[in-house]
Design a binder for this molecule. Structure first.
Ligand SMILES: Cc1ncc(COP(=O)(O)O)c(C=O)c1O
Length: 348
């Protein structure tokens, strides 16, 4: 049974799945170090960065937690306009940080101006922003937000969650001046779940070294120490790293720009399909996600029944997330989708 059009885990190409079937290696070995070195090096192209990329055996939430533990001794600002940005805020509180909430309506993007105002009122060590809110199908204007943060509070570290967009949408870590950009394997990278990746700036690494109580498993300073020797502090998810090694080659062979254009075209196709059939779109025009569309269920479709019908036909979409269940439904167009998306959207 194929998950098809859900926002992760997405389908994984059989060739990529098969890449996991390689013999195990001790991670303290020259053979593993050579693989890890080339994977982390190639991965930098996905993030548009010259900085380091770390890879953890965890899902993306682990790196949300790493961000709050490593980049704030005390105080950070969490921008919230959906379920996953709220989770990040909750992770900050759960780790004993003084997290201030800058909350927006879920159908509105984070406003750069209001971020600038908040930074003028109070100094923050770090700010958290979700690039692509998977719950609402809304893409936040991260480039513009980062620009105002640089102006209003140049030393505030900018942490961005691109769990459901990195590899499907162009996000330029260095050009935009981001300090941490994190993602998960099971979304636009079209890998099985179980890996999280993040690019981290030099100044963020320096800052982390002065933050106490970073924990152990997600201590980025410790990870960096090992990464410099092309290794990891704990046992890596070796099979997934084999798959990542191959999948990055496949992504680069497709061409990043072509891949982004393909995601944008799929989004356009799904959004037109929904509008032509009289549905509304949850996110406002200009801020609609290129990787997942949240459709307003104004026509009162029974989404659970619709999914049962689709599953019988080898397809699956996602119900609305949390409080949006049955009020919306989500059609993901991330990873390798393409021809299939066009066929489904041609159906009545
Ligand atoms: C935007 C966003 N952030 C964070 C997460 C959590 O990621 P993970 O499930 O990999 O921990 C998700 C999961 O869907 C997400 O969509």
């Amino acid at each position: 049974m194929s998950p098809m059009f859900v926002p992760g885990p997405v389908d994984v190409d059989p060739e990529v799945l098969a890449a996991q079937n390689q013999p195990m290696l001790p991670h303290r070995s020259k053979e593993f170090e050579a693989i890890f070195q080339r994977v982390t090096d190639k991965a930098r192209r996905l993030f548009y960065t010259q900085y380091r990329v770390i890879i953890t055996a965890s899902s993306g939430s682990g790196l949300q937690e790493a961000a709050v533990r490593n980049f704030a001794r005390d105080r950070l600002l969490c921008c919230v306009n959906g379920a996953f940005s709220r989770r990040w805020y909750e992770a900050a509180l759960a780790n004993g940080k003084q997290a201030d909430l800058l909350e927006f309506d879920w159908q509105s993007p984070i406003s750069p101006q209001l971020v600038a105002d908040a930074l003028q009122r109070q100094h923050y060590e770090a700010i958290t922003i979700v690039h692509n809110e998977t719950s609402t199908g809304l893409e936040n204007p991260v480039k513009e937000i980062a620009a105002v943060v640089h102006q209003a509070s140049p030393d505030t570290l900018i942490c961005v969650d691109a769990v459901s967009s990195l590899g499907g949408v162009k996000i330029e870590m260095d050009a935009w001046g981001l300090d941490m950009l994190l993602t998960s394997s099971q979304k636009c990278l079209a890998l099985p779940p179980g890996l999280a990746l993040a690019a981290i700036s030099d100044r963020a690494m320096v800052y982390a070294a002065g933050v106490p109580n970073r924990g152990w498993y997600f201590d980025l300073v410790l990870m960096e120490k090992h990464r410099l020797k092309d290794s990891t502090p704990a046992t890596p998810a070796l099979s997934l790293i084999y798959a990542l090694d191959l999948q990055i080659n496949r992504i680069l062979a497709e061409g990043l720009e072509k891949r982004f254009a393909r995601h944008a075209a799929m989004a356009q196709r799904v959004q037109s399909w929904a509008l032509e059939r009289g549905f509304t779109l949850y996110a406002p025009n200009g801020y609609r996600s290129k990787t997942v569309t949240t459709v307003g269920n104004n026509l009162g479709v029974n989404v659970s029944d619709l999914n049962k019908y689709l599953v019988l036909r080898g397809m699956r979409i996602a119900n609305g997330y949390g409080v949006l269940k049955e009020k919306t439904f989500r059609i993901a167009h991330m990873g390798k989708r393409g021809r299939r998306m066009w066929i489904v959207c041609s159906l009545q």
